[in-house]
Design a protein around this ligand. Structure first.
Ligand SMILES: [Zn+2]
Length: 228
């Protein structure tokens, strides 16, 4: 499989932190810590984990998936998004898929996840609309990508978890998918996904995110279906 790899090199990292503002390609160009590589397929952590086809994936790796008993206080109360164990248990350190060494994220041609992390797209919700689920802030018209990218601090809200909405309580992903299926979310004809790239053009994808005004970009995604 192919995947984007961030391989930490202290000199490259220090150089990018120091003058990356003036020379952004130090963060993602040739000679940076980021590269597209041919990789071995990730190993399944256990028999109940699966390889993925297109789906919405909740990337969190809480106590339950780390085999930790008893779970931490937030997990025990059903707030797995507040899990305090990000480096313990049977998985490598890292709070979510794509942010730890054994379980790569979606910037690759394959990934693995636990079945409980999967949220199938309902009838009528296409791939492009499904992309919005990860940016679940659409409920409040917030572009969470900007929040992540600028490392802003938010108090009182974090990633995906149980949501109170109207008369019920549902997981963020299920709620957003339901709204998309009911067309209560954004009109799929006016989706915020403005740019798609094959993985091989990842540097252009990063540039489209860095210079949003020039590229007129809102959400940039990798489309691996035909030409990864
Ligand atoms: Zn926990």
């Amino acid at each position: 499989m192919k995947g984007l790899i961030f391989e930490l090199s202290i000199p490259k990292y220090v150089l990018a932190k120091g003058i990356g503002g003036m020379y952004p390609k130090l963060h993602y160009g040739r000679g940076s810590c980021l590269s597209l590589r041919e990789l071995a397929s990730p190993t399944l952590p256990g028999p109940d984990w699966v390889r993925l086809r297109p789906l919405a994936v909740n990337p969190l790796l809480p106590c339950r998936l780390r085999g930790i008993q008893p779970p931490c206080k937030p997990c025990a109360s059903g707030q797995e998004n507040g899990c305090e164990n990000t480096a313990e248990g049977c998985l490598a350190p890292g709070q979510m898929l794509g942010f730890q060494k054994d379980l790569p994220g979606g910037m690759s041609t394959e990934m693995v996840a636990h079945p409980s992390q999967l949220h199938p797209l309902p009838q009528g919700v296409g791939d492009k609309a499904g992309v919005l689920v990860g940016a679940a802030g659409l409920l409040e018209r917030v572009d969470w990508t900007t929040v992540w990218r600028n490392e802003l601090t938010l108090l009182g809200a974090y990633v995906y978890g149980p949501e109170r909405f109207r008369d019920g309580r549902k997981h963020t992903f299920d709620l957003v998918l339901e709204l998309l299926a009911r067309r209560e979310g954004p009109d799929p004809s006016m989706l915020v996904t403005t740019h798609t790239f094959p993985l091989a053009r990842y540097q252009e994808a990063i540039e489209a995110n860095l210079a949003r005004g020039r590229h007129q970009s809102v959400k940039t995604v990798f489309d691996l279906r035909e030409n990864p």
